[in-house]
Write a protein that binds this ligand. Structure first.
Ligand SMILES: Cc1cc2nc3c(=O)[nH]c(=O)nc-3n(C[C@H](O)[C@H](O)[C@H](O)COP(=O)(O)OP(=O)(O)OC[C@H]3O[C@@H](n4cnc5c(N)ncnc54)[C@H](O)[C@@H]3O)c2cc1C
Length: 482
């Protein structure tokens, strides 16, 4: 595929908005037997679309559940409480996701609704050893800043001009050319070139949701989700848990999904494919015409594929970076922070990372109880992984006390989830380093023989549910058009 056009081929870019890719129903040539590897959102979408187009589909899933990195935790807390260990929210620009939300009639709610979470309240900060509460929206940053950086917002000063550029590019229908043009640098390099002091860069790295903790991603990787969110009217989640989405597909795909079946090797012959699966200690062979592979590259690098994939694809599969993320969930008797005019969330440079409240959406079943979650990324997540579960909870509670001094009085217990220790993800989500959207993404998407690639890591909207769903629909379309 011509690299320059690869993105426009997988989505329809209209005035910069990504519309859902055409679903596969028309133009089917021959009925095929398709083996879909993985029952996360990418695999479920691909399977659903292929079934709609009349193909025979088998989905192979290593875990005993669908959803992959969509994981609503319902156990380990007092009855009725839930928390999201993976994806939590989405916005109006998740066009592909909305297609299925509407098709399956899945209830969703705005996070702004007062019925859903406490309206207003301050997000607190813990930076350079100090707890900081905004005073009428103004934050006294504990960094050395230029005098003009003390006035107004750092993000307005340094990020907004980049977003304005993105907005103009979107209007002129050259969004992806714009993304390519900032792909070779990190976000912190870009803002430094525009005059941001070291202190201002630190504010962007530590206190924004879109900058990766290590500040090492491509600026395009950081800013494309920001474009989605600033052009959205609202942010949403599912009152029934985010797994309502994966479950809606799973129910409809029924027995086509084989659970507890781990792919151990793949043969990509010229006339057929063969997948060897380990089920309850026994190896089974499944033969088909095509494969949709949604297994994260972090896991795929350990699966034997014959004949060997191209050297470039193999280099990418073993080299693609996956962000380590460990989430620790502390259950508390009540949302005690509300009486202090706070909303529970915190941005910190502590080793526990950012703090947020669960459940995202109140269902009424949880009573007064709530969960404070710490979201550690990068090296901080790897340090937490070295601790026993008890020590991790103890350590998080100590650190959380710096953010929420009263937390110990309300603490009842907790659980944690490390995505890099999970053998079927080995990391939270892919992260493109500078230059990789330009150089790697077209190659990641390119099918090899009878294997088609999908999954969040194969989408311009990597690291999101939208990216996973967009890629699954795109892979189904590729197969249907053969
Ligand atoms: C902590 C965290 C927070 C997030 N927050 C958000 C958010 O708020 N909003 C948002 O839009 N997105 C968010 N995401 C991203 C989103 O969850 C993912 O991009 C998306 O769910 C990935 O879907 P997927 O199908 O590509 O991969 P997966 O969900 O990982 O699916 C791959 C499937 O393959 C299976 N598999 C792996 N190895 C094998 C094997 N050998 N054999 C058989 N099966 C195998 C896995 O079990 C899995 O089910 C978050 C992710 C994480 C981890």
């Amino acid at each position: 595929m011509n690299r320059k056009n690869f993105l426009k081929n997988s989505t329809i870019a209209t005035a910069g908005l990504l519309l859902p890719i055409a679903v596969v129903a028309s133009g089917q040539r021959t009925k095929k037997k398709v083996i879909v590897l993985g029952a996360g959102l990418a695999g479920l979408t691909a399977a659903w679309e292929l079934v709609q187009a009349g193909h025979e589909v088998i989905v192979i899933e290593a875990r005993n559940r669908s959803g992959g990195r969509v994981l609503t935790l319902r156990e380990g807390f007092t009855s009725g409480l839930t928390a999201e260990a993976g994806a939590m929210s989405f916005n109006d620009n998740y066009f592909n996701l909305f297609r299925y939300v509407k098709l399956f009639n899945i209830p969703y709610e705005s996070l702004k609704s007062p019925a859903i979470r406490s309206p207003g309240g301050n997000t607190v900060y813990h930076l350079r050893g100090k707890r900081i509460v905004p005073d009428n929206g103004k934050i006294n940053w504990p960094y050395e800043l230029k005098p003009e950086e003390r006035e107004g917002s750092i993000t307005n000063k340094y990020i907004q001009p980049l977003l304005d550029g993105m907005h103009d590019a979107a209007i002129s229908n050259s969004l992806f050319d714009w993304a390519r043009s900032i792909d070779n640098k990190t976000l912190l390099q870009l803002v430094a070139e525009n005059g941001a002091s070291a202190g201002a860069q630190e504010i962007i790295r530590v206190t924004t949701w879109y900058c990766d903790r290590q500040g090492k991603a491509s600026a395009a990787w950081n800013l494309l989700p920001v474009l989605q969110s600033i052009r959205s009217k609202d942010v949403y989640s599912f009152p029934g848990g985010v797994d309502s989405l994966s479950t809606a597909f799973t129910i409809r795909l029924g027995e086509r999904i084989r659970f507890n079946a781990e792919v151990v090797s793949i043969k990509n012959a010229s006339n057929r494919v063969e997948v060897i699966v380990n089920r309850a200690g026994k190896q089974e062979s499944i033969i088909g015409d095509r494969i949709v592979c949604t297994i994260p590259f972090s896991v795929l690098q350990n699966i034997n594929i014959t004949p060997s994939l191209s050297a470039f694809k193999k280099e990418i599969i073993s080299g693609l970076y996956y962000t380590p993320t460990t989430r620790v969930f502390l259950e508390v008797k009540k949302s005690f922070w509300e009486s202090n005019g706070e909303n529970g969330s915190a941005m910190t440079d502590l080793p526990i990372g950012q703090v947020q409240k669960h459940p995202m959406i109140k269902t009424g079943r949880e009573g007064e109880r709530a969960i404070l979650e710490s979201h550690a990324r990068g090296q901080d997540a790897l340090q937490l992984d070295k601790m026993s579960n008890d020590d991790r909870l103890k350590f998080t509670l100590e650190q959380m006390s710096k953010v929420h001094p009263d937390v110990s009085d309300y603490y009842e217990g907790g659980i944690s989830k490390s995505w890099q220790l999970d053998p079927y993800s080995l990391g939270a989500y892919s992260l493109f380093l500078p230059g990789q959207i330009n150089k790697w993404l077209p190659e990641i998407i390119r099918p090899e023989g009878r294997i088609h690639f999908a999954g969040e890591h194969t989408s311009i909207y990597s690291g999101s549910m939208e990216g996973a769903i967009e890629s699954g629909a795109r892979a189904a379309k590729e197969i249907n058009e053969i």
